[in-house]
Design a protein around this ligand. Structure first.
Ligand code: SF4
Length: 319
């Protein structure tokens, strides 16, 4: 039993469905300690990741993964009220106001609801998705309730080899939420991670066997050119879905425009020079060996995918 004060540490493992957080889950299992495991569902994940998460406990003998989702019902209602009150005063046509207001009904897909409520997609420069879709729901729905019962230690599947940024993180630190965080595989190589999977006879998330370098949003707003090309080749329905989301988010905001990669202008569009490119155009470009200069500049600058969060809320591509 967990004592209220003074006392027994509660262990929590953040699981993303990727290899590093899975290795951390397996390590927690080997430690013999009781622990909880949590996955933040963005609604922008591959279906195999959901299956992997749902089956992990049965395949390893560990605890079930608790799934948390952000809920944007209140934000959507506030923004819908703003649309109905303010847009007519700004001269927006009635049918546009009505269409946008109707699109502010919650869909239950956290990523899409967040974008509708913000009137845009996140980006590397405005990466509100990590906090809103992952950090905040885990903190509010799991960490804070646990902290009311005593100290919490979060186990994070971060490795120094993933990136220069992650290499600078400490093995241990106190997080602003009030819990302690620990990075038990910090010095591990990728081979160490796979060796632990093998020791447990655990097949990793099948996305790796299908050529994906990381597990997380599909795609991530930070994805690289090659990753986008791979997604389009192997999982084209996810590109179709993003195209549908672009149309919905565009119809729900006053600019009547929204693109998944907002920093990319479309140098090939002679009809509308300088307009932002939708996902379909960016995918076409990703299949070229040499693309437009704007695209190259943007994608060269991408950090390798995944959340930049210090809580390892999704995986980054290995360099
Ligand atoms: S994986 Fe990418 S798109 Fe998804 S929440 Fe993290 S930064 Fe945002």
């Amino acid at each position: 039993m967990i004592r209220r004060h003074g006392s027994r540490i509660q262990h929590l493992v953040n699981v993303s469905g990727g290899k590093d957080s899975t290795a951390t889950y397996l390590l927690a299992l080997e430690s013999g300690r009781a622990f909880r495991a949590v996955f933040a569902d963005t609604g922008n994940e591959h279906e195999w990741t959901y299956t992997f998460i749902q089956q992990l406990a049965a395949r390893t003998g560990g605890p079930e993964i608790e799934i948390v989702r952000a809920d944007f019902t209140a934000q959507l209602a506030r923004h819908r009220a703003f649309v109905l009150r303010e847009w007519p005063r700004m001269g927006v046509a009635d049918h546009i106001v009505r269409e946008a207001a109707a699109l502010h009904e919650p869909t239950g897909i956290p990523f899409l609801d967040l974008c509708i409520s913000k009137g845009r997609f996140p980006s590397r420069m405005a990466q509100f998705c990590t906090f809103e879709l992952k950090a905040q729901p885990i903190t509010l729905q799991v960490v804070f309730p646990m902290l009311r019962n005593g100290p919490v230690l979060q186990w994070l599947g971060i490795r120094a080899q993933e990136s220069a940024h992650r290499a600078q993180q400490p093995r241990w630190n106190r997080h602003e939420t009030g819990c302690m965080v620990w990075r038990p595989i910090f010095r591990w190589s990728v081979d160490d991670v796979w060796a632990l999977h093998r020791r447990h006879g655990l097949e990793p998330n099948p996305l790796y066997a299908h050529g994906m370098g990381r597990v997380g949003c599909m795609p991530c707003v930070n994805c690289r050119k090659g990753e986008l090309r791979s997604i389009a080749e192997r999982f084209p329905t996810h590109i179709d879905r993003i195209e549908r989301w672009e149309a919905i988010v565009a119809a729900a905001n006053k600019r009547r425009a929204a693109t998944f990669f907002p920093a990319v202008k479309d140098p090939m569009d002679v009809e509308r020079p300088g307009t932002y490119a939708g996902i379909r155009t960016v995918v076409q470009w990703s299949r070229t060996s040499r693309g437009g200069r704007q695209y190259d500049m943007f994608f060269d600058d991408q950090g390798g995918g995944g959340c930049q969060s210090d809580l390892a809320l999704c995986e980054r591509s290995d360099p």
